[in-house]
Design a protein around this ligand. Structure first.
Ligand SMILES: Nc1ncnc2c1ncn2[C@@H]1O[C@H](COP(=O)(O)OP(=O)(O)OP(=O)(O)O)[C@@H](O)[C@H]1O
Ligand SMILES: [Mg+2]
Length: 148
């Protein structure tokens, strides 16, 4: 689950939240800005848990300070190499609601957008640079797949 040379592991199965966070830390290199990243997977798949590791890998937040933007919809974490925006569109259903979030204004050379439930809106399926999907294999087992 590490970076070997310039190759990045494309698929991994983790067996605990801690392992998913550790894997997220290794993704900071792959996700150098600017990026729009879709995080896909069912409720409880581990998307937010992975973001804890990604934010820590970017030195933008302590993992325990990364919480789900369920109601706030957008959380911002500023690091030395990137500004991360963790976005949860689970409760966003209309184009109009989406527009009020002003996500386009967040995109810049130094930004990494990490979007949960972004696949609800076709434009993000088109615009995404990387897609990370998480699948629950067992109580604590999660298969994580990265495609770009
Ligand atoms: N290997 C694992 N990786 C990640 N999370 C795990 C793992 N095993 C168990 N879990 C548990 O699964 C849950 C994942 O929750 P998390 O909030 O990260 O999911 P989510 O995909 O963001 O869900 P939602 O769509 O509701 O926001 C946590 O309770 C976590 O402790
Ligand atoms: Mg979540």
């Amino acid at each position: 689950m590490a970076v070997t040379g310039r190759e990045m592991t494309r698929e991994i199965t983790t067996h605990s939240p801690e392992e998913t966070i550790a894997f997220g830390r290794t993704l900071a290199e792959l996700l150098s800005p600017p990026k729009l990243v879709l995080l896909r997977g069912d409720l409880g798949a581990g998307k937010t848990t992975l973001v804890k590791g990604i934010a820590a890998g970017f030195e933008a937040a302590e993992e325990e300070d990364v919480t789900s933007p369920t109601f706030t919809l957008v959380h911002e974490y500023r690091g030395p190499r990137a500004n991360l925006y963790h976005i949860d569109l689970y409760r966003v259903d209309t184009q109009r609601e989406l527009e009020t979030l002003g996500l386009d204004d967040l995109r810049s050379e130094s930004s990494v957008l990490l979007i949960e439930w972004g696949e609800k809106f076709p434009r993000f399926l088109r615009e995404r640079d990387v897609e990370i999907s998480l699948e629950r294999e067992s109580e604590d087992g999660r298969r994580i797949n990265i495609s770009d």
